[in-house]
Design a protein around this ligand. Structure first.
Ligand code: NAD
Length: 380
């Protein structure tokens, strides 16, 4: 059951495996840390989800929530099922059984959210079965939910980019930006960048990359995607390239907003950006980030730049409004990006290194069960 889990001085604190043979529900929740509050993290439903995979995601949530100064610990859960091969009714039965089985820990130690193959309807069933609106975020609007479509993560990624550009003396109004992935995170990032006067020269989707040195229009990108299915049909003399070529089009800033594992060590030499902002989760390894650091290219780490989504979840959790969400995403992501970049400049270490130190320090201050020596401050 604990295959793939690396137990250490932080956790995971609790792992609960649940099974309902009558409904065909099999799943688990990994609550990595509750030092700062109930563990917060989404439910992932896939046929291959494993405890090891869920543990890694739960640990990331521990750092992301601590970094965003939210009263949440880190957690994540998984249901082993293939929604492509089950009816909608059966899927909801499985979610109901999962929620019922998680009652001993939810919402006291675990607060759920949607992740892969989970959306508002599933969260409605989860909350209703649990009996508490605090059991999950991502609920429908009439239950107090704050919709994903408001673009909280993309907004945060934009503010993080704004701060980081300023930090390196790059004027956004003169900057050329490439945005990998024109989905939920990417579309909002493009919209806000355009409003701020930046020139978005390239974006991509699963079909390929579209590049135009004169710039792409947000409105036209949205229309093209909606009407023709892919940004690659943009036209106007733009070049259509492969998905991976988003990394090498001439741009000052690269924002990642699609797939994990996008950039590899062998890509680093060919990349001439001044700034990379990780809107997606784990677009590269820590080692690849170190290579960029040595090259003098600033990389803002995922759990700092893309915290807008979980900040929005927190506003939903406390019964707040979308206006409060926009304000809090801006203030938190701006403040935290500034803090991390200043610390990195002072120490000479990477922004990820400094962000982790800050998050770990916050967790250790409140943790009653941790067994970790106080993190060492960088020497420089
Ligand atoms: P999404 O499904 O809305 O959009 C993903 C986009 O990426 C789609 O347009 C898809 O066509 C495109 N894509 C797929 N394969 C691609 C490829 N090889 N190259 C270029 N584009 C490709 O997803 P999203 O919600 O925007 O999430 C994007 C990333 O951000 C994911 O890594 C996700 O884990 C992360 N993230 C999302 C949120 C959030 O609130 N949505 C929060 C934190 C992190």
């Amino acid at each position: 059951m604990t295959d793939g889990i690396e137990f250490d001085g932080y956790g995971p604190e609790r792992i609960l495996q649940v099974y309902n043979p009558k409904v065909g529900m099999k799943g688990f929740v990994v609550i990595d840390s509750t030092a700062l509050g109930p563990g917060k993290g989404g439910i992932r439903m896939t046929p291959t989800v494993s405890v090891g995979e869920v543990f890694k995601l739960a640990r990331t949530m521990t750092w992301k929530n601590a970094m965003a100064e939210l009263p949440f610990g880190g957690a994540k859960s998984g249901i082993i099922a293939d929604p492509k091969h089950m009816s909608k009714e059966h899927k909801l039965e499985v979610v109901k059984a999962f929620s019922e089985a998680l009652k001993p820990v939810c919402p006291d130690y675990y607060v759920a959210a949607p992740d892969i193959n989970m959306a508002e309807e599933e969260m409605r069933v989860f909350a209703k079965t649990n009996g508490s609106l605090s059991s999950t975020t991502g609920k429908p609007e009439e239950m107090g939910g704050i919709p994903h479509e408001l673009g909280s993560t993309g907004l945060g990624v934009f503010h993080s980019t704004e701060v980081a550009a300023d930090h390196i003396g790059l004027d956004l109004k003169k900057a050329r930006v490439a945005v990998e992935g024109f989905g939920n995170v990417g579309t909002f990032a493009v919209e806000f960048l355009e409003k701020a006067g930046a020139t978005v020269v390239a974006t991509s989707d699963s079909k390929g990359t579209i590049y135009n040195s004169k710039g792409l229009s947000y409105e036209k990108l949205m229309r093209t995607k909606k009407e023709l299915g892919s940004v690659t049909h943009y036209g106007e003399g733009s070049q259509v390239l492969s998905t991976h070529q988003i990394l090498t089009v001439p741009a000052d800033i690269l924002i990642t907003a699609a797939i994990p594992d996008l950039v590899h060590a062998h890509d680093v030499d060919g990349m001439k950006h001044k700034l990379i902002v990780e809107g997606s989760n784990i677009p590269m390894t820590e080692q690849t980030e170190n290579f960029f650091h040595q090259k003098g290219i600033l990389v803002v780490p995922d759990f700092v730049a893309n915290a807008g989504g979980v900040i929005s979840s927190y506003v939903e959790f406390i019964g707040g409004t979308k206006e409060q969400m926009f304000k809090l995403v801006k203030s938190k992501v701006t403040k935290n990006t500034e803090m991390v970049l200043k610390a990195s400049e002072k120490s000479g270490e990477t922004p990820r290194h400094e962000a982790l130190l800050i998050a770990q320090e916050r967790v250790l201050k409140k943790c009653k069960v941790c067994n970790v020596p106080a993190p060492k401050k960088s020497k420089k």
